[in-house]
Design a protein around this ligand. Structure first.
Ligand SMILES: Cc1cc2nc3c(=O)[nH]c(=O)nc-3n(C[C@H](O)[C@H](O)[C@H](O)COP(=O)(O)OP(=O)(O)OC[C@H]3O[C@@H](n4cnc5c(N)ncnc54)[C@H](O)[C@@H]3O)c2cc1C
Length: 442
């Protein structure tokens, strides 16, 4: 009785208490069956958990392997890039010429020697030496690679450079030659891909690509490279153009956005055509501005890549700086003379010994001209042009080597990074400034 009361204290149902007390053997049997069932249940559950954990581990392992394979592929590509790059000019034949818009053409180039093509970094460019009739000597021009690396060919996209309004000058020599004369089957002299403006595919930091007009070419190479490598990197692509008549790679950009969830495409039309439809042909009326970026981006914390006309880049870089974006996160390419001013770096001020008259005298010995460099951001090439001294120029970014000039006396400093070699006693005038009074062999 005492035991019954004890069990009831623990609120066991009366029937169960009676069963245990009245039929101990049955109760024991039930207990054993219950215990066994519990064990079976635990075993089954344990198995299911193990199976899930196993699957998760396998899928994580799969992901890790995939990443390893991609990294290995990139390493192989970059090894191939270095091993099959070439020095000087190599012959390429024009395999295909495609009209992108009325005044812009894409050229698909294959190596004439049939040997492998080095890969390149998306954003880099090719340097061409063109024999333009009437120019007297070959001219050197750079054009960005407008697609990511493909094993069979390179692609560049050239827009005819119109003369400045009411200037009476002829249109651009190199771009007109490409658009009007270069045809399929022609052979061109091309330097290996080069340039410091490129997207590092190993990085994961979210991106903002901003282009204006034909400045879209390196951005297409970058966006294509991201899509080809299956990157999930958050990417905002802002492109400014007048209207759909000028919109380069319009359908390709729409496919990029439709097929890659991580790519958010925003096209701005400054002068939409009557038939252009908002939401279909463009997302915003007006220009690409930092105001627009502020409305759309969750923060300013991105890596920015810019390419477009000078004033467009100047205003965007300036406004990004005001928004608190540091210069180290803003990368840009100028298709002409670089006009974007970086915040003055401490090194830029070091070592300049100004003459008593407040500037540094630069003497162009061959042409018998003199000019004074006042410490502003201009290069020696720009100074020479203002003094009407002819120095050849191609990329204006220190890569093509066209503006190499011998220094007869004095010292120079480099304003930016350069790809071309400048032997001792010479300098690349497009990215140099004087440090002392100078005498140049120009
Ligand atoms: C790294 C890099 C990448 C580039 N990528 C591309 C690209 O992908 N696509 C592209 O289309 N371009 C690109 N460019 C620009 C390209 O290299 C050329 O600068 C552009 O095509 C103009 O060259 P041009 O020979 O046609 O013009 P130029 O002959 O150099 O003439 C330039 C301008 O000067 C005017 N001009 C002519 N004669 C005179 C005169 N006597 N006085 C004053 N002005 C005159 C012309 O009308 C023209 O407006 C890139 C440039 C660089 C540096």
């Amino acid at each position: 009785m005492e035991r019954v009361r004890h069990l009831q204290i623990y609120h066991m149902p009366a029937k169960l208490v009676n069963l245990i007390v009245g039929h101990p053997a049955t109760a024991a049997g039930l207990l054993i069956v219950g215990g066994l069932s519990l064990q079976v249940c635990l075993l089954v559950l344990g198995g299911i958990f193990r199976l899930f954990a196993e699957r998760k581990r396998a899928s994580l392992e799969g992901l890790r392997l995939e990443l390893e394979i991609k990294r290995a592929e990139r390493q192989i590509r970059s090894a191939a890039e270095t091993s099959s790059a070439w020095n000087g000019y190599r012959k390429f034949s024009v395999a295909k010429k495609v009209a992108e818009t009325g005044d812009t053409f894409s050229f698909y180039l294959k190596p004439h020697d049939g040997k492998p093509l080095p890969a390149f970094k998306p954003g880099q460019y090719l340097t061409f030496q063109l024999n333009v009739p009437g120019e007297g000597k070959p001219i050197v021009r750079c054009y960005s690679l407008s697609d990511c690396a493909r094993p069979s060919h390179y692609r560049v996209t050239v827009k005819r450079c119109p003369p400045p309004e009411k200037s009476g000058h002829p249109p651009g020599a190199g771009s007109s030659y490409f658009c009007d004369h270069v045809k399929e089957g022609d052979i061109l002299d091309v330097k290996a891909p080069n340039g410091h403006f490129y997207l590092d595919l190993e990085q994961e930091r979210p991106l903002v690509l901003i282009s204006g007009g034909v400045g879209v070419t390196p951005m297409i190479a970058m966006a294509n490279a991201l899509a080809e490598t299956g990157s999930a990197r958050e990417t905002w692509f802002f492109h400014g153009t007048r209207n759909s008549g000028d919109h380069l790679f319009k359908s390709h950009m729409a496919s990029l956005a439709a097929e890659n969830k991580n790519v958010r495409m925003h096209v701005c039309h400054s002068k939409p055509l009557a038939g252009d439809v908002s939401g279909r042909d463009y997302q915003h009326e007006g220009r690409v501005t930092v105001e627009l970026l502020k409305q759309l981006l969750p923060s300013s914390n991105y890596e920015y890549f810019l390419c477009g006309p000078g004033p467009f880049m100047e205003s965007i870089t300036e406004d990004l700086r005001s928004w608190g974006v540091s210069d180290q996160h803003v990368h840009f390419e100028a298709f002409g003379p670089a006009s974007v001013k970086r915040a003055a770096s401490p090194e830029a001020k070091v070592g300049v010994t100004f003459a008593p008259f407040g500037g540094l005298e630069v003497t162009f010995a061959k042409s018998g001209q003199k000019a004074v460099w006042q410490g502003e951001g201009r290069s020696l090439l720009e100074l020479a042009e203002e003094a009407r001294v002819k120095i050849d120029a191609g990329c204006r970014a220190g890569n093509c080597g066209s503006c190499l000039v011998a220094i007869k006396s004095g010292k120079v400093a480099y304003i930016g990074k350069h790809g071309a070699d400048a032997e001792e006693g010479s300098c690349l005038a497009c990215i140099c400034r004087p440090v002392t009074a100078l005498v140049l062999d120009a």
